[in-house]
Design a binder for this molecule. Structure first.
Ligand SMILES: Nc1ncnc2c1ncn2[C@@H]1O[C@H](COP(=O)(O)OP(=O)(O)OP(=O)(O)O)[C@@H](O)[C@H]1O
Length: 637
């Protein structure tokens, strides 16, 4: 029998195929199963119009037969098969896809009935990654002869007549001998094959079956006495390895909550039900189906570098990528789920998806859907939203700041902050809804905890006016207020800002007068404290409190704390420009003024002490604690 040669280019191509295109050898099974599924699809399609086929959809199947002794793995299908010419053309020419041709020749309206996977004409050759010889015996539907194609890879192939009872194809892989690095024998183990089918081909529409070798406990004989020891027996049983119809392909109305939840727990290793499921069927610009889950709680590694975001990507029921990061923006990285589309432009190895328009369109649509679902939960199921917020709120806040605030408009409605008025979490929109029109600003105050903020001297005047304050206790909060700037025409304002309460002309004149009258005291305080503060001023924001610390310029005290934590207290980390605010109506101020007139040394001690008090109130450490104690004790004498 004359050996036909692959064309020279084909030889090189084949070598490339076998050694370079795929990163994982195990995908050979995915490719061969996809081919078998295509072949079955083609015959099933024919059966729609041709009664002669004599097979129903339920009769089609793909079988796997591992033979450990003979070291072969056979993949059989009862699909359309190949004629001699087709064997030669399709398997003898690399990059020729009979499947693509088939799809192109099909009537447009029938295309919806089939899900042809093959398009590049290369997948078959991946068999040579694990086999040193491949034998294909095929009988085409409508033909009464069968042919055998055989090849050892680079060396070309032979074609010879063969026997085969029914139409279809048997592909026998002669599995390579094990090496130090590669244990090819694993592809003969039934459980490994089962795993691979579940991983890559679980949603192939036809049953993939394997005769499984199992063992079971024998039934206890009726006359067994007390000493009876249970016995085991081996048996073989055909098992369908794939689940076939993916949940997301079914109409939403036909999937129960239990089914959604069971899928989630099984696939994403969570023991708790998800907070919500988003099931999408899109038919616009890009056709796809998606099933997304919002988890109830963050996985333990969520806020660590180890956490990998991404959705599983399927194309026509075949797994293409386990974590496609491009489908999820970082701010929604907690979402889990699946996207399936026949429209993806895959690259030849089906492993990496090219950055396509389709992917961008899908990602943008999903982002909108996720936001809409979160808003729905926020509105209709507040308690649930708060559970979500406890786990993922931080992620959304950081998301609003990422990329120089590019996503803040999208995320701002989802954010929650603690409300002084409600005594619980609120959205900015809800705050705005409660706000009287003559209230000039949306107020916020920052600190370590809600309790600590509530006691800050600078919140007193604002609360006394009946205004609501957002208590910010999380690191990114102030940065968010900065980034947002205004909410529905009302500026966001820190209660520590000098102009937190707008002043009338009279009040302004009064304040200026006070500052002028007390200039000597303020100069003295500044002189005593030196570089520690930028300025001492008569406060416009204190009511009954004697003193507090604020910051001039863009960096607030809370931001300073944040930067210090980030740099682990390095000296060069960004510092706020501190302003010591003094209440000229307070007893402490009167004492300071009196001391300044009578005992400057004592006055200096007062100034230092007031500064330390202000640090304590702001939740900042006293710089020299020994000196502080000394001050207090000396003033007590
Ligand atoms: N089991 C089979 N039954 C019938 N025809 C087959 C079978 N396996 C392969 N073929 C034919 O051989 C062709 C080449 O297969 P190959 O796997 O190399 O490429 P493909 O499936 O078309 O594309 P892709 O590289 O995208 O998988 C197929 O298009 C199909 O016509």
């Amino acid at each position: 029998m004359a050996k036909k040669q692959f064309k020279a280019e084909s030889k090189r191509l084949l070598d490339l195929m076998i050694n370079s295109i795929y990163t994982h050898k195990e995908i050979f099974l995915r490719e061969l199963i996809s081919n078998a599924s295509d072949a079955v699809d083609k015959l099933a399609y024919k059966a729609l119009t041709d009664d002669q086929v004599g097979l129903n959809r339920d009769d089609f199947q793909i079988t796997l037969t591992p033979d450990q002794l003979g070291r072969t793995l056979t993949i059989s299908d009862n699909g359309i098969g190949m004629t001699r010419d087709e064997l030669e053309q399709n398997l003898g020419t690399i990059a020729r896809s009979g499947s693509l041709q088939f799809k192109q020749d099909m009537d447009a309206e029938k295309k919806a009935d089939v899900d042809i996977i093959g398009q590049f004409g290369v997948g078959f050759y991946s068999a040579f990654m694990v086999a040193d010889k491949v034998t294909v015996t095929s009988r085409a539907y409508g033909s009464d002869e069968a042919w055998c194609w055989e090849s050892t890879g680079v060396d070309g192939y032979t074609l010879s007549p063969a026997e085969k009872e029914a139409p279809g194809t048997d592909i026998v892989l002669h599995i390579k001998a094990d090496t130090e690095d590669d244990k090819y024998g694993e592809y003969l183990e039934q459980y490994r094959l089962d795993d691979l089918i579940k991983k890559y081909s679980d949603y192939i529409h036809y049953p993939i079956r394997m005769l499984m070798h199992k063992s079971r406990q024998k039934e206890r004989p009726e006359d067994a006495d007390e000493d009876y020891k249970s016995e085991w027996e081996d048996y073989d049983e055909w098992e369908t390895l794939n689940s076939m119809v993916p949940l997301w392909q079914r109409p939403k109305s036909e999937v129960t909550e239990e089914e959604y939840n069971a899928f989630y727990k099984e696939h994403y290793g969570d023991w708790e039900d998800p907070l919500s499921v988003i099931h999408v069927r899109a038919e616009g610009q890009v056709e796809y189906k998606a099933m997304l889950y919002i988890p109830t709680r963050a996985p333990y590694d969520f806020y660590s570098r180890d956490f990998e975001k991404g959705l599983q990507l399927y194309s026509s029921g075949v797994l293409i990528m386990d974590k496609c990061a491009d489908l999820l923006p970082d701010h929604f990285r907690f979402v889990r789920g699946v996207v399936d589309s026949p429209d993806f432009s895959l690259n030849i190895s089906r492993e990496v998806l090219q950055h396509t328009r389709q992917l961008k369109v899908i990602a943008a649509n999903l982002e909108k859907k996720i936001k809409a679902e979160l808003l729905r939960i926020q509105k209709d199921e507040r308690e649930k939203y708060e559970t979500f917020w406890a786990s993922f709120g931080r992620q959304l806040k950081y998301g609003a700041l990422e990329d120089y605030g590019a996503h803040k408009e999208l995320l701002k409605d989802l954010l929650l902050f603690f409300s002084s008025k409600e005594g619980k979490l609120t959205t900015l929109a809800e705050y705005r809804g409660r706000m009287a029109e003559d209230q000039p600003y949306v107020y916020y105050a920052s600190g370590e905890s809600v309790e600590q903020i509530a006691k800050l001297p600078q919140v007193e005047r604002i609360l006394d006016k009946g205004y609501e304050i957002l208590y910010l206790t999380d690191e990114p909060d102030e940065f968010i207020m900065d980034a947002l700037g205004v909410w529905d025409e009302k500026p966001l304002k820190s209660v520590s800002d000098d102009d937190a309460l707008p002043q009338t002309d009279e009040e302004k004149a009064e304040a200026e007068k006070k500052a002028e009258e007390n200039k000597d005291v303020l100069d003295f305080v500044k002189e005593t404290l030196g570089e520690k503060i930028k300025e001492a001023r008569i406060s416009k924001i204190l009511k009954s409190g004697a003193v507090c610390l604020t910051a001039d310029g863009p960096i607030t005290l809370e931001m300073e704390k944040y930067f210090a934590r980030m740099d682990q207290g390095q000296a060069q980390s960004m510092k706020a420009q501190r302003v010591l605010e003094l209440n000229s109506d307070s007893g402490a101020f009167a004492a300071l003024r009196e001391a300044l007139d009578s005992d400057r040394e004592k006055a200096a001690k007062y100034a230092e002490l007031l500064y330390d008090q202000a640090l304590l109130i702001a939740g900042l450490p006293i710089e020299d604690t020994a000196r502080y104690t000394e001050l207090v004790c000396s003033l007590m004498q």
